[in-house]
Design a protein around this ligand. Structure first.
Ligand SMILES: [Zn+2]
Length: 235
């Protein structure tokens, strides 16, 4: 009697163990796939914030952007407007008085600025070709300004003229701390070869906290960082 009772019980236990095992395996597979999917989603999101704009890479025409109007009256991509506000608060708490001089500049406005400069130079007697080249030295060509992304901002110490911004304590504080809020100094000193631009002490670019920290810690420019970690961006 005992023997016949025990056998089905043992079988049932075996079956139960098998079912539990299968459920566990299925759960692990789902977890793995879920993690992978979220990693890829995060990577896609990061890539958007890492959009490279330089002399070889114009700003894409088809970007879907959502803007936020900041208290200061400037427009920025919604993903960085709040972070900039926090950075400005941090900077004020450190005893400085940062001011925004430029944030989002639409392609249309950039075109207007470029054309205005070109017209000035034409009026001064330069040829079409020379005026075009000369204008590009001081005004970025439409499509080649990072400000078109809504992810770049110019921060200045209003007490100082442009020529002294680089030596200001406020700019030094920003260069040291901006990464904490996801911003990087886009055109650092002595990096012309990588960025294609001379040192600009006030131009900050939002790339997200993780990338900003890596760029800061590794001492890279955005151009170098993308070359190293996201080469598919520039293919
Ligand atoms: Zn700028």
């Amino acid at each position: 009697m005992n023997e016949t009772k025990k056998k089905p019980l043992k079988n049932r236990r075996g079956l139960l163990a098998l079912v539990i095992g299968l459920v566990l395996i299925a759960a692990l597979i789902l977890l793995f796939l879920g993690l992978r999917a979220s990693r890829w989603a995060a990577r896609g999101k990061n890539l958007e914030l890492l959009t490279l704009v330089n002399a070889e890479h114009p700003a894409p025409d088809d970007r879907q952007q959502e803007y936020e109007l900041m208290d200061e009256g400037w427009m920025l991509d919604v993903r960085c407007a709040g972070e900039l506000q926090l950075l400005l608060d941090d900077c004020r708490r450190a005893g400085f008085s940062p001011e925004i001089r430029e944030a989002l500049v639409t392609r249309a406005l950039q075109s207007e600025r470029f054309e205005a400069r070109r017209s000035e130079l034409l009026a001064e007697g330069l040829s079409e070709e020379a005026a075009d080249a000369e204008a590009a030295k001081t005004v970025q060509r439409p499509g080649y300004s990072e400000h078109e992304l809504g992810l770049a901002v110019d921060l200045i110490d209003p007490a100082l003229p442009d020529g002294e911004q680089g030596a200001s304590a406020m700019q030094a504080w920003l260069a040291e701390n901006a990464w904490r809020r996801g911003f990087i100094l886009r055109y650092p000193e002595g990096k012309r070869e990588a960025t294609g631009a001379d040192y600009v002490p006030w131009h900050y670019r939002y790339v997200g906290q993780e990338a900003a920290q890596q760029i800061w810690e590794l001492g890279l420019t955005l151009d170098e960082y993308i070359d190293l970690f996201y080469p598919e961006q520039t293919d």
